[in-house]
Design a protein around this ligand. Structure first.
Ligand code: HXC
Length: 283
């Protein structure tokens, strides 16, 4: 992880033991987001289905800062509110609070609508939409408590920075439509809508809820699933900037939204460059 130079942002978490709770935290994008926040002073709890992978990634993220505490809790399926609640309880017991949430767990596979089964559609909706709801359901009391501590009237900013902030990880595919992705498109649109509702309802309590919709980010499971190896170069040329995004660029946006710089950003969607239309051919 390259050293980050962003002095005003580093004040947000310094000396305050802020805690980030992140689902899908062992994945390429979410682990980069959490690593950046830990680097700047946060502690973290990452959640995943695979025990070994989740624990190993947590250990690796903890190297981002001396004395950082990073819990990796595996065997948690976001479709189960009970298993998420148990993870949140353990996070609060061991780390003290939940100040920031990143809802990043997602499911994806390519399937033409003619062959997509009802259960396949439901599985992705359950992971993405129900899983995002479950994440908020389990963390909300802690987020509300944190937001109350750091709520700003716009004239004075609490010295200790920010708290009570949510980022949902969505995608760009539902803005244009993408073949073989009806289930994921519907799920990601649901996430955008959930975030908007959270922003309106919880804004008065000082919480913010925003979405990051990454475009095509290299070295992610999603990209591996969506783009054939032989198409990687051609697809890259179709991106407006002519290159794939990097996980660090999503991490930078995360730092921004969770910092004082994001105080007045609520109910928004940060859209990465619209993803290419070409995907693995499935006939
Ligand atoms: C058609 C499929 C399928 C496939 C699964 N199904 N894979 N249908 N083509 N390739 C169907 C199954 O047949 C079954 O329906 C139903 O989905 C559930 O399958 P299970 O294997 O029992 O589900 P489960 O073990 O719960 O796995 C969930 C999953 C899986 C979503 C299907 O892919 C998964 O766990 N993914 C997690 C990791 C992941 O996908 N990460 C990438 C996220 S990328 P039937 O009818 O047979 O019972 C991302 C970025 C998006 O989100 C945007 C990128 C630009």
């Amino acid at each position: 992880m390259p050293t980050m130079k962003c002095d005003y942002l580093s004040e947000v978490w310094k000396d305050d033991n802020k805690v980030v709770f992140c689902t899908g935290g062992a994945g390429t994008i979410c682990s980069a987001q959490v690593r950046a926040l830990v680097h700047l002073g946060a502690n973290a709890c990452i959640i995943g289905r695979n025990v070994e992978k989740t624990e190993a990634v947590a250990k690796d993220i903890a190297t981002a800062r001396l004395n950082a505490k990073v819990l990796g809790i595996g065997a948690v399926d976001v479709r189960s509110l009970d298993s998420l609640q148990a993870a949140v309880d353990r996070c609060v017991k061991e780390l003290g609070s939940v100040d920031f949430v990143i809802a990043g767990a997602a499911g994806n596979f390519l399937a033409p609508i003619t062959q997509l089964s009802a259960n396949g559609f439901k599985s992705v909706i359950d992971i993405d939409v129900q899983g995002s709801y479950n994440t908020i359901k389990a963390t909300l009391p802690h987020l509300i408590r944190s937001a109350a501590k750091y709520k700003t009237d716009g004239k004075t900013t609490p010295k200790t920075g920010t708290g009570g902030r949510i980022i949902f990880i969505s995608a760009t595919i539902h803005y244009t439509g993408l073949p073989l992705q009806a289930h994921v498109s519907a799920a990601k649109a649901g996430i955008d809508a959930l975030s908007a509702a959270m922003a309106i309802e919880l804004g008065p309590r000082g919480l913010t809820s925003n979405v990051i919709a990454p475009g095509a980010i290299t070295e992610t499971e999603g990209m591996q699933r969506l783009i054939r190896k032989e198409d990687v170069t051609a697809v890259e040329k179709e991106i407006p900037s002519g290159r794939y995004g990097r996980a660090k660029e999503i991490a930078d946006a995360t730092v921004f939204l969770f910092s004082d710089a994001g105080n007045y950003i609520n109910g928004d969607i940060l859209v990465g460059e619209l993803n290419p239309s070409r995907v693995r051919n499935v006939s």
